[in-house]
Design a protein around this ligand. Structure first.
Ligand code: ZN
Ligand code: ZN
Length: 170
């Protein structure tokens, strides 16, 4: 969505609202399998003392694949947008600054770039996801498998901690 900034570009204090639906195909990156509905971004571009800032919120209802156990799960991401827009494009422009092209800016492109920069490549279904057993492939979030003790040495250590120690005096 092209936002014409001519009305506010010379007027400190002025602002211009926007609301845009983003193309899900552009945002299917990393662990994202798809979206429950197309992501949306809304907000405004504000002229603060001559400097333009795009502020708003991007909402994405994502369908993700867990990097550890492969489970498909839903996650809603609400990303706050607060990016400076620069009228003059110079080589020294930091990547977080978006250039105003002519008299406006492509709001969809700004929102999509912010989303991609913010999105982690790997996501987990939960912070403590136990993953799959490397030996039998069972999803260990659903319970232990039969081979945990013999398989991964990490589990062997865990197993010995969990076992009741043999009492030598017995
Ligand atoms: Zn998982
Ligand atoms: Zn196993």
């Amino acid at each position: 969505m092209w936002l014409d900034l001519r009305k506010i570009i010379e007027t400190p204090g002025a602002s211009l609202g926007f609301a845009v639906t983003l193309d899900p195909e552009q945002l299917r990156i990393g662990a994202i399998e798809g979206f429950k509905r197309p992501p949306e971004a809304r907000g405004e571009v504000v002229n603060t003392a001559g400097l333009l800032n795009l502020r708003g919120e991007l909402t994405a209802e994502m369908i993700c694949v867990c990097d550890r156990c492969g489970t498909v799960f839903d996650r809603t991401k609400i990303l706050r947008l607060d990016v400076p827009l620069a009228a003059d494009v110079s080589d020294e422009l930091s990547p977080e600054v978006f250039a105003v092209e002519g008299d406006g800016i492509d709001v969809s492109e700004v929102a999509e770039t912010c989303f991609i920069l913010d999105m982690e490549q790997k996501v987990l279904c939960r912070d403590d996801c136990k993953g799959l057993c490397p030996t039998c492939g069972k999803n260990l979030n659903e319970g232990p498998c039969r081979c945990t003790k013999a398989g991964d040495p990490r589990f062997a250590v865990l197993g010995s901690l969990l076992e009741t120690p043999d009492d030598p005096t017995d």
